[in-house]
Design a protein. Structure first.
Length: 226
């Protein structure tokens, strides 16, 4: 009975491989034993599941799913008829979840020209410039490996811990959560040109300072504390 039921885990879920030469009753008993023995390892993880190796009726599939739930704490989030169906559906679902997470960064390569706008639910890393008249809006952080000369709006959903970083910070306007800062009419000649800077919110005031190691570390720590 040892190889009657085999559990194969992947990033998309669990495939339960069944020995098609066995009777359904044998498979059901082996499934109960296998998941009971694996209960501590599986824990209460949320995972999708599919069966492989045996053609079954919908009623038999339901019986096996109940057998699994009766013998471990595994939280089965979805059932798929084939491994291919599971992989496709779970990859789509995972991608959608990532796109909703403001703390997972997207990449954008290229310059944003006047009139162009980039709006994202994620933090974003831009390999290029935000030129005058262009804008970037992010629910998370904005990191520009180039110049900000247009408008940058981080923490758009109210995240006051969001920040804006640029190798060249000369924005028309920066905004973090509900606080806005505009570029001064006359540039501060005491600030070195093309120096990496970071804009962050503190006590409802936006500060734009040289991106020293200490400031970056403080911002990273404040993000991890949330």
């Amino acid at each position: 009975m040892e190889n009657t039921v085999t559990i194969k885990a992947s990033t998309n879920g669990i495939t339960v491989v069944l020995d098609g030469s066995k009777s359904f009753d044998e498979i059901k008993k082996a499934t109960a034993a296998k998941f009971k023995a694996s209960a501590s390892f599986l824990g209460n993880a949320k995972m999708a599941i599919t069966f492989d190796g045996l053609e079954m009726t919908e009623e038999q599939k339901s019986e096996l799913l109940k057998t699994i739930s009766d013998n471990c704490e595994l939280d089965v989030t979805a059932f798929y008829n084939t491994k291919e169906e599971m992989n496709k559906a779970e990859t789509i679902r995972y991608t959608q979840e990532i796109m909703k997470d403001p703390y997972i960064a997207r990449f954008y390569k290229g310059n944003l020209r006047s009139g162009q706008s980039l709006d994202t639910e994620n933090s974003i890393i831009i390999l290029g410039d935000i030129n005058p008249g262009a804008s970037v809006i992010s629910n998370g952080n904005i990191i520009v490996l180039g110049a900000i000369k247009g408008t940058a709006f981080a923490g758009a959903m109210g995240n006051k811990n969001a920040f804006i970083f640029a190798l060249d910070m000369s924005p028309m306007q920066v905004r973090i959560a509900d606080t806005i800062a505009r570029a001064p009419d006359k540039p501060d000649k005491s600030q070195a040109a093309n120096q990496p800077r970071i804009a962050f919110l503190e006590n409802d005031t936006i500060y734009i300072e040289p991106a020293g190691k200490n400031i970056i570390n403080d911002l990273v720590l404040s993000e991890s504390d949330k």
